[in-house]
Design a protein around this ligand. Structure first.
Ligand code: NAP
Length: 295
């Protein structure tokens, strides 16, 4: 039987619809419009596109959003001053500094200066620590999107063996951490694999839920997946394809067709985790607006 497709666009639209209602209530009951500030340093075309998409998605559901474009040679002190200004701005509930930053700027210094209460990217050590101990936190957007996808599609991770391939700070480690929490939408048994894992296929074959976050195009093949597993493909890889008009195509970390023939459910690339990432940024911004309501 063909696998069910876990449609990230559909789940993202559902969550954005829920957020839109919450924003209307915030405006009508409290006179508050959630506000997002996105800071872009330099002219990296991929970053410009991400920032544009984030602003557009925010506007579409009624979030106030402003974009700060700084030139690539902006001194670090100028960027830090802007972050401090946004920290103090009451109409801004979420601050996002688009990464990567130019080499002369210390990324860690910038991220740590963002007020943890406005850290809608969830990368501040304070939020990562809160996440780890299970306290309310702004959760990093991509891994949080994966957790939401599993729950909204009915493949609840509770009691399941989840195998995560990848241990980056932005995807692998946080998704493993979120899924091991003692909460109704998590409660999984989690194994984390990486490039030093011995006999990777023997581990991935044990997964009820397999999360591939490696950045290796179509690495996960059918022989690495258990019959009836649920597969979430986080990978976004640009691969050369002379048959495509653009000369390339986007591929996940999973060999989609052959794994889909064996899995119970699978998320596609594109149209899987991608749309969830921006949605969880909007989600965090709305949460922040609610947390900042006058007591
Ligand atoms: N959809 C989205 O919104 C979104 C957001 C973020 C990332 N992504 C995509 O997700 C993928 C992962 O991103 P990332 O930032 O987490 O990547 P990353 O920082 O490069 O980390 C990759 C991880 O995969 C592991 N790995 C690489 N090759 C492996 C192999 N052959 N066997 C086992 N493990 C292996 C690495 O192990 P070591 O630690 O041992 O090196 C590392 O932990 C990328 O394709 C990225 O584009 C998508």
């Amino acid at each position: 039987m063909a696998a069910q497709i876990i449609d990230g666009n559909k789940i993202a639209a559902q969550i954005r619809g829920e957020l839109e209602k919450e924003i209307i209530t915030l405006k009508e009951k409290h006179g508050v419009t959630p506000g997002l500030a996105v800071v872009l340093v330099g002219e990296n075309p991929a970053s410009q596109q991400y920032v544009k998409n984030k602003n557009k998605a925010a506007h579409e559901i009624g979030i106030y959003s402003e974009q700060h474009n700084l030139s690539k040679d902006t001194p670090e002190a100028e960027l830090l001053a802007l972050v401090e200004k946004l920290n103090a701005d009451p109409k801004i509930h979420g601050i996002l500094v688009q990464l990567p930053l130019p080499k002369h700027i210390d990324e860690k210094k910038v991220l740590i200066l963002i007020d943890p209460e406005k850290d809608v990217d969830g990368f501040h050590p304070m939020n990562l620590g809160r996440m780890m101990v299970g306290d309310p936190a702004y959760l990093p957007c991509t891994p949080h999107g994966v957790v939401k996808m599993l729950n909204y599609s009915g493949f609840k991770p509770a009691g399941k063996h989840v195998v995560v391939v990848g241990r980056s700070n932005i995807v692998g480690k946080p998704v493993a951490n979120m899924l091991v929490q003692k909460t109704a939408d998590a409660d999984a048994t989690v194994t984390v694999c990486h490039s030093r894992t011995k006999d990777l296929p023997s581990v991935t074959r044990q997964a009820d839920i397999l999360i591939a976050a490696m950045g290796q195009p179509e690495f996960v093949t059918a022989d690495m997946v258990k019959e009836g597993a649920v597969v979430i493909d986080v990978g976004v890889n640009r691969v050369d394809d002379p048959s495509s008009p653009k000369g390339f195509r986007w591929a996940g970390d999973v060999k989609f067709a052959e794994v889909a023939a064996k899995a119970a459910a699978i998320s596609p690339v594109p149209g899987g985790v991608g749309p969830m990432t921006i949605t969880m940024l909007l989600y965090n911004t709305v949460q922040s607006a609610k947390r900042h309501l006058p007591k």
